[in-house]
Design a protein around this ligand. Structure first.
Ligand code: PRP
Length: 211
């Protein structure tokens, strides 16, 4: 059996839909269930629901063979895994955001972010000194509450920024969901993992014609 780690939420819904279209059905699965592990009818795949930031850890350590996770999290954690496939879903951008009149200059910038490593690296490359405040959510509050000058966060529709009076100041990187694979699993479960990758690659192509 191939074990897949993914995080509950919108990405999981699309991923399960993708797997179901590819022929893997999870009869016990429902959004509301509090169960954390689900097997498909043929017992080929098991899905394990973990926190999104933990997906790479489960895969790197071999607790699961595969993970489905956003590129933002891979950029932050830089796990020792193979990134095999861009699933195109969950498309968004990682951005620097703040109040419209904020100037990003070569001063000491205070940054609020769920992605401290990504933020640090981005500004370090530009020679800008930073103080990073690691937050776990509702990051938009940081400039509003005077905690930081700017934030580094993912922007999807832009609604959260807009409703809080903030704007994108710089676009850093496009983001989408990726399939990652444990390095040992690719050898030991190669055939089944590769079949799964090919199936999802085909289905992704069918859904997102421009890939
Ligand atoms: C994410 C992100 C932004 C928001 C962006 O937060 O951190 O706050 O979504 O989406 P939008 O551009 O479509 O408004 P999430 O919903 O994961 O909640 P969190 O603040 O608790 O992390």
């Amino acid at each position: 059996m191939v074990k897949i780690a993914l995080a509950k939420g919108r990405l999981a819904e699309i991923a399960i839909d993708l797997l179901q279209t590819s022929g893997y059905r999870f009869p016990d699965y429902s959004k509301k269930s509090r169960k954390l592990v689900f097997e498909d009818e043929t017992k080929t795949i098991s899905l394990t629901f973990v926190k999104s930031m933990d997906v790479p850890i489960y895969v790197e350590k071999g607790a699961t063979d595969i993970g489905i996770v956003g590129k933002d999290i891979l950029m932050e954690i830089e796990p020792d895994v193979y990134e095999m496939l861009d699933l195109k879903m969950g498309a968004c951008r990682i951005c620097v955001a703040g109040f419209p009149n904020t100037k990003i200059q070569r001063q000491q910038l205070v940054i609020g972010s769920k992605y401290p490593n990504v933020a640090k690296k981005y500004f370090q490359n530009q020679g800008i000194k930073t103080e990073i405040i690691h937050l776990n959510g509702s990051v938009e509050l940081a400039p509003i509450m005077g905690l930081s000058d700017v934030i580094v966060d993912i922007v999807e529709s832009g609604k959260t920024l807009k409703e809080n009076g903030l704007v994108v100041l710089e676009e850093m990187h496009p983001i989408s969901a990726r399939m990652i694979v444990n390095k040992v699993s690719l050898k030991t479960k190669g055939k089944i993992v590769e079949t799964l990758i090919e199936t999802l690659r085909e289905e992704t192509k069918n859904r997102y014609e421009d890939c």
